[in-house]
Design a protein around this ligand. Structure first.
Ligand code: GLU
Length: 403
């Protein structure tokens, strides 16, 4: 399933003129499988799509209304490359209210097209060609390709399932070399759902501080933690603010994936460098999307959001216990985020073979764990924040497939 552009597809004459950075990269399994599911749906196939991390809810109306009014009111022009002052001020209010971080919207925040663009800008800002970035295995499918696209070297350190998919300090330290520039991680974690405690963040912080490294902290799922857990920003930990680039967005928790909107919070010189990258790459983030996002971040989350998050916890609990009851499958409730990370080793099938069989024969789209790294083999990632109807239909089909 891990297709990519082949030399033949690319055209005649060997590589067809396509750059090696593309030819040598895997496709994004999350996006590709979601696109495939959407194509099949358009063809009339009733696919239950548990692939990409996209909730079934639309963006709440109060957010859409503000963006529509901005659009109709003439907010149709490019904004400052750093983002509108209003949006940045809203991000700063959010950081203070929800994360205990006092941020200067003038110098410490840049608007981004979701966290993927935030990561690209962060890497552009701090990573020289040949620099090494330490990342988690399993980890989000786009981290390593993005690092390679920009000439960096991803160095993966396995998460330990017996530690609840966390790093062991010795192994993290052993991965540091004189070329290491930063540690990149995600909490709540995609795909395993691990939420780091302050003590665990301090362990990562110690390694970063001891070696003078940056930390890039992908916090896209930070508003959804379960079982009474809460999210801690590593930037709030002692000595970490000056070396951390925090990435946040509204894609997941406000169901605003199509808006492509987020922000980065980092020390002023890093933000300045990221803004320069944004000037050249895209000019700026969409104008009216920033207006809507300013409300989504700037105001305390109303019931339209908090009720949705509560409901997501129920759906995660339903889905993970249904998966856990399947023969050959074991699956725990995630600590945060909205994926079930199902251990399928008992089925005897590889993650790719099973994912392919589920899609082909049962019209269930999931992401094979192998797409997230070597350590992801033996797992499937299943998005739990789908409609109850889809969840129930999906479970029925999974029982047929594995029963
Ligand atoms: N980040 C989400 C995921 O892991 C959405 C797909 C993507 O952007 O890769 O499924």
């Amino acid at each position: 399933m891990n297709q990519r552009v082949s030399a033949e597809q690319a055209g005649t004459g060997g590589d067809g003129g396509i750059a090696r950075r593309i030819l040598e990269s895997p496709t994004s399994a999350t996006v590709r499988i979601a696109d495939l599911a959407s194509t099949l749906r358009r063809q009339g196939v009733k696919v239950v799509d548990f692939s990409a991390g996209r909730a079934s809810e639309h963006t709440p109306e109060y957010i859409c209304r503000v963006a529509s009014e901005a659009l109709l009111g003439g907010d149709t022009h490019q904004t400052m490359a750093q983002g509108t002052p209003e949006y940045r001020a809203a991000c700063a209010r959010k950081l203070l209210r929800e994360n205990g971080l006092e941020a200067d919207p003038e110098t410490e925040i840049v608007a981004t097209f979701g966290c993927k663009n935030g990561l690209t800008l962060a890497l552009l800002a701090i990573m020289n060609p040949g620099d090494e970035l330490i990342l988690e295995d399993p980890g989000f499918v786009s981290y390593a390709p993005t690092i390679r696209f920009l000439g960096g070297v991803p160095v993966t350190v396995p998460l330990e399932p017996e530690l609840g998919h966390r790093w062991r300090e010795e192994r993290l330290r052993a991965a540091v070399t004189p070329r290491t520039k930063a540690i990149l991680f995600c909490s709540p974690h995609n795909p395993t759902g691990t939420v780091h405690t302050p003590e665990e963040l301090d362990m990562i912080g110690r390694v970063a501080s001891d070696h003078g490294l940056y930390v890039i902290s992908d916090e896209i799922y930070e508003r959804v933690t379960w079982g009474g857990r809460s999210h801690t920003c590593i930037a709030t930990r002692p000595g970490m603010r000056e070396r951390t680039i925090t990435l946040m967005g509204l894609t997941k928790t406000a169901s605003m994936g199509g808006w492509r909107i987020g922000f980065a919070f980092a020390p002023p010189p890093v933000i300045e460098a990221m803004v320069m990258g944004q000037q050249h790459l895209t000019t700026c983030v969409g104008s009216f999307t920033q207006a809507g996002a300013a409300v989504a971040f700037g105001e305390p989350p109303p019931p339209a959001l908090t009720e949705m998050w509560k409901e997501w916890e129920e759906r995660c609990a339903f889905m993970t216990s249904a998966l856990d009851a399947l023969p050959g499958v074991s699956c725990a409730m995630p600590e945060g985020g909205f994926y079930a990370w199902a251990d399928i080793t008992g089925t005897g099938e590889s993650s790719e073979a099973l994912a392919e069989r589920l899609l082909k024969d049962h019209h269930i789209a999931v992401v094979p764990g192998s797409a997230f790294g070597d350590q992801g083999e033996g797992y499937l990632r299943i998005t739990c924040v789908k409609s109850w109807e889809d969840l129930k239909e999906g479970v029925k089909r999974l029982k047929e497939a594995l029963g």
